[in-house]
Design a protein around this ligand. Sequence first.
Ligand code: ZN
Length: 278
Amino acid sequence: MTFSRIHLPSFIYLYDGGQARTLSLTEIEQYLRTKLRKTQIKIRDDFITHYLSRVSEEGRARAVEGLARAIAFTKVQDLENPKAPSEPAYGEIEYEKRRIMRRESKSFGILYHAFRLQTVFSSLLLGEELSDDQIHIIFTNQLFGTWDENDRRFHARVSVYGIPSLISTTGIVEAPAKPREFYLLKQQYGLSGGDNLTIQKLKEKFKGRFIDYEDERLTEIMKGYVLQAIFFQALGEPFCDHKGCRLYNAHWQEEVIEAQLGAQYEFCKKHEKILMEL
Ligand SMILES: [Zn+2]
C-alpha cells in the first residue's frame, strides 16, 4: 500500500441517530481528535432531522411524505428474495412518517435494504456536502442487511461504508453471531425465540461474550466502526485481516469484542503506521 494514495477528508460529520443511551458521540469525537489531528469533526443531530431543519417550513410536509415513501420502499419484504419491493402499504408509509417526525423512536423488527437505504440518504446530501473532502457517518437504530448470493438470503449488517456510511446500533446486537454454544443451548431448550425468561437466562450465562442492547461497551466498540468508515473513504479499504486490529471485519460477537476491546493494542502495525501519517 502506498501512502500517497491516502486522502483524508478535512471534515467528518457524525450523525446522532443511534438512539442508545450507552452511545456517546462526544466521546467518539474526542477519541477521533486524538487520532486525526488535522481533521475537523462535528456532531450533528440525527441525519434526517438535520436534513429537514434545512428544508423550508412550507416544503417540509411534502419532504416528510416523500422521504417516508422512499424509506418504506427500502424495506426487505422477503428475506429470501432480492427483487425490488412492491409498493409499500399505507401503514408502512405512516410508520416511517412517525419515525421521521421522531414520534416513534423504536425500530420494530424491520430489515431495510442497506444499499437502497444508503441511496436514499445519499440523495439528501446537498451540493458541497457531497464533495469527497467530507465524511458523513450516520448512526441509526434501523436494522439493515445485504443480499448474500452464496446462501441466497439477506443478512443483517452492522455497517455499510460509502457516501454516506451507515452504522447500526441494532445491527451490532443482531448481526454478528453469538457464541456457537448459545445457539446449541437455545436449541436444546427447544426455544423458537418466544420465551423471554429462558432467553434472559441464556443471556446471563453468556454475559460479556456478546453485545446486548444498551451495552455499556457500545461507545468503545463503535470507535472501531467509525474508523472503518474513515479508512474506507481515505484508502478505499475499511478492513484488516488482523484479528486484534480495530479494522477487523468481525462476523462473530466474540470477534467484535476481541478486535475492539480485547487486544493489548488498538491497531496492527500497518494501520498504526497509516494512522500516524493521517
Ligand atoms: Zn490492521
